[in-house]
Design a protein around this ligand. Sequence first.
Ligand code: UFG
Length: 336
Amino acid sequence: MKTILVTGGTGFIGSHTCVELLNDNYNIVIIDDFSNSKPEVAEKIMKITNKKVKLYEGNVCDTELLTKIFKENQIDAVIHFAGYKAVGESVAKPLMYYRNNIDSTLTLLEVMSDNNCKKIVFSSSATVYGNPERLPLDESCHLSATNPYGATKLYIEGILKDLYISDNEWSIAVLRYFNPVGAHESGLIGENPNGIPNNLVPYIVKVANKELPELNIFGNDYNTPDGTGVRDYIHVVDLARGHVKSVEKIFEESGIDYYNLGTGKGYSVLDLVKTFESVNNIKIPYKIVARRKGDVAACFASTNHAKEKLNWEATLTLEDMLRSAYLYSKVIKKGY
Ligand code: UFG
């Protein structure tokens, strides 16, 4: 049985990935500082899978703690999720983003090297494509950063590339996520951002629960079929399964490769509102407001590379995503 260290394993994508890995018979060790999650998530992961995870509380920048984790466990590979991820906050606090996201990755890679563990899956983002050069976006499209958060992802991709060039024994999968939404069908784990959400689906969910009065749709004058922004929404469980396939791949062969994880389909903001209303039988009041600074009209993936190399593709629908996101919000409202 192989043991995977999952940094940020109690976060939104991390927790769903731990579930899929445990279901596939991997051992899991989690390190998380709970800056954007809660220790209870580890219990939920164990409840869903009926398997144990080992949990360390702390930040990935902490060399001593990481060294201790590698001493106490035979880590075969790492999935590195831990990092700050709010675009707006990164513009306001760039140093905090550069320090945390890059420092943690360097520390992790150093400790991995010291312990002769050279297999890593890195959590990157479609944000590295900046303003899309062409659609659908394939992995060879031009890369650029439009904010400090995106810059940290881009720099880390560069660090990983240089590391592989220096030592071909490394085996590295860089996963570029499109827009992950939804929750586990158990309703036990999902996305639960603090305060007013920045992202569309968590915002719609709060409107549905009457915690916010209405959705603001940021512009209906884009060059898209209905004028609202188009994105490639992917169910977090599909995304998690993409990680399991990537882990299999890094155990097969050394190298560095980049994979878009999306569905390849674009949906508009109005498509989401309408689908949410029909699957959950609830009205979502909205108004059209000005465009949000930095938004692009459309962004969706070419998923051919992941299909061919990882033998993975998304199978869950937009309906599944929006039904599960709402279900999870109702479960947490009840305080489970
Ligand atoms: N939107 C609204 N109202 C809202 C929130 C969003 O109309 O209250 C619209 C946006 O204008 C956009 C779409 O909904 O057209 C999706 O917006 P999100 O904020 O949910 O997602 P983004 O595509 O802007 O950003 C996401 C991640 C980023 C990542 C980026 C690129 O949140 O971390 O994808 O991959 F960088």
